[in-house]
Write a protein that binds this ligand. Sequence first.
Ligand code: SF4
Length: 347
Amino acid sequence: MIPLTDVSLQVLSTNQALDQALDSDIDSEPASWQRIVNESIRDISALLNALALPDQSHYSNFPILVPTPYLARIERGNLNDPLLKQVMSSAKELDDIPGYVEEPLQESTFAKTTGLIQKYHGRVLLIVTGSCAINCRYCFRRHFPYQKFQPTSQDWQRIIDELISDTSINEVILSGGDPLMMSDKRLKWIIQQLETVPHIDTVRIHSRLPVVIPQRITKTLIETLVESRLKAVLVTHINHPQELDEAVSNAMLALQRADVLLLNQSVLLKDINNDAEVLSTLSRKLFKANILPYYLHALDPVAGAAHFDVPDKEAEAIMSILRASLPGYLVPKLVREVPGQPSKSPL
Ligand code: SF4
């Protein structure tokens, strides 16, 4: 058993505060972004109807979830809209394709304790919620057993003890689901707990929320990040330039002014962004919104998403055009995650 240090004792003494904070997590008045989440579209008929498209129905094992600010960026009447294709279920999702599995990244094998996953040196993933504000059809965690990984208030002491005992860890990546689905109160509590671990200096948040519901960037969230001693990094998840509108850009500007490093990762997706011109426009629009392109991910082979796959040769050809047409700082790294490798693998 790991001995309790001063820091550990300090955290232990706040466990009661945690229970209180988590118990009162649902504010009596939900924030505007929470109301938007509640009003999201949750079935295919409603989605198609809202976009003036003919109805079609099929079974899907991954529900539809589309918030209205994202819906507003989808072109009405266009079944091939690149944003619609990211959120509309397809009968192809039920095809059984060899090599496409429920847990393509084998993340369970890298769990240090409930909620804490370490895949790479120096940084750990903290699964803080299984909720999202949008259900992306290609999501590599679409079958993820969140109920097994999501920490309860009893697990927090173990998580903090794990972090204290490993001084090689200096960055905690909040993941999910979408970590910004947590209320501002809960997020602040978690950041405060991480601050008590002396060797942690960076908190990274991977989130699609600032893009799909830019109202999520609240004053309280900004204050929490500004007040923290941890350097904050936000990795947004934007796949297509049409996802970036003025409201998203304004949210990003607020974060940039709060000294948050803004990076973007995209997934390379067939018939959505497998086009050098689309990706070049995306890089330029990201830069205008103060975000640097970071990764372009090859699709993880998750069951139900094979129809989004782009062959490696095509991906490399797209990258050659990007390298020849953009300054180096606007060219994302084309990578694939291979379970067990010490870092993302360049293609
Ligand atoms: S927001 Fe992220 S975790 Fe949630 S469905 Fe989309 S890709 Fe998956």
